[in-house]
Design a protein around this ligand. Structure first.
Ligand code: C5P
Length: 237
């Protein structure tokens, strides 16, 4: 997967129900220092105009809508996302190889380069939840199988837990990208995240992109918090 000019691996998760608060946060960040993630809440509330606004400010946007539907529908949805100009879009790997391949094909025929990632197993799934869905408790095995399935079907990477990065790096190709939430700089609150890693631990484990929300968005100085994270990774941005 080729890299854009943004050196930092940080993707700031914008989880706001108030657009003014989100705009205030974004105005303190620079497109050279991070990328931005728009998820289901903000997209449902503020739609494509909000995504266009962020792109117009110069940011790479990860549209985190985790599509999971029949191949034709998902292909059209990722194609629409690419036309919007987003940098990355994602689907659920469990939607299957035909769905992923259809999404990839749609993106390849788009005039804008949009990367495709696939969610393996949601990090919110504990053993009980996992067992209820899959009737066994081999979460790591399922993450590995879904990542390989996604790679084979043409995805550029997966969204997974940083705790799975070291294991996945043994199986996936070198340029297959790993995107991970559940990142907490040392000293910050874990919030509702259970299995956390610091930014530098995650990078050492082989993660390419770090999704970080509250430690930046709820900080008294979001700009400083982002700067501190980038500095902890040896980046002077
Ligand atoms: O605030 P925090 O850093 O916990 O935000 C993490 C972001 O990553 C949120 O937008 C959350 O929805 C998202 N996410 C996650 N776990 C996943 C997939 C996405 O925390 N498995």
């Amino acid at each position: 997967m080729s890299q854009s000019i943004v050196k930092s691996p940080v993707i700031v998760a914008l989880d706001f129900d108030d657009i003014d608060a989100a705009k205030n946060l974004v105005s303190q960040l620079s497109p050279n220092q991070c990328r931005l993630k728009v998820g289901k809440e903000m997209f449902t509330l503020f739609g494509p105009d909000w995504v266009r606004f962020l792109i117009d400010q110069g940011f790479d946007v990860f549209l985190d809508l985790k599509f999971h539907d029949i191949p034709n529908t998902v292909a059209k949805a990722v194609s629409a996302a690419s036309k919007l100009g987003v940098w990355m879009v994602n689907v659920h790997a469990s939607g299957g190889p035909v769905m992923i391949a259809a999404a990839k094909e749609a993106l390849q025929s788009s005039s804008h380069q949009t990367f495709l990632t696939a969610v393996t197993v949601l990090t919110s799934m504990d053993e009980t939840q996992f067992k209820a869905v899959y009737q066994n408790s081999d979460i790591a095995g399922k993450v590995r199988d879904l990542a390989l399935l996604a790679q084979e079907a043409g995805a550029d990477g997966v969204v997974c837990s940083a705790q799975e990065a070291t294991m996945l790096r043994e199986y996936v190709r070198k340029d297959f990208c790993l995107v991970t939430p559940g990142i907490r700089p040392s000293g910050s609150a874990s919030d509702d995240q259970k299995r956390i890693m610091t930014p530098s631990e995650a990078i050492k484990a082989g993660v390419d992109y770090l999704v970080i929300g509250r430690p930046i968005t709820q900080s008294l100085s979001p700009q400083q918090s982002l700067l501190d994270i980038n500095e902890s990774l040896g980046l002077a941005v």
